[in-house]
Design a protein around this ligand. Structure first.
Ligand SMILES: [Zn+2]
Length: 80
């Protein structure tokens, strides 16, 4: 649900979408079939501005949706 920041440690309520980042997660696995078109389950998650700068969302079938710390900025290795 897009009502608050996806970071469980953050209680920022969703007021303005542009203040953060919205992640669209497509769930693999059983799909709903209505008529002939299979529908993949899609959910949206939101990280508030401060959280989206340091964290990101990931999804896998084992752990589900998780908030991960972004890897620290990798400095480009200068070719020498
Ligand atoms: Zn947050």
């Amino acid at each position: 649900m897009l009502s608050k920041c996806a970071n469980p440690d953050c209680h920022e309520a969703l007021h303005y979408l542009r203040a953060g980042k919205v992640f669209k997660v497509e769930f693999d696995g059983p799909v709903l079939v209505t008529g002939k078109k299979p529908i993949r389950k899609v959910e949206h998650f939101w990280l508030c501005g401060p959280c989206s700068e340091t964290q990101t969302l990931t999804y896998d079938q084992i752990h589900g949706v998780r908030v991960l710390q972004k890897p620290p900025m990798v400095r480009r290795a200068a070719a020498s």
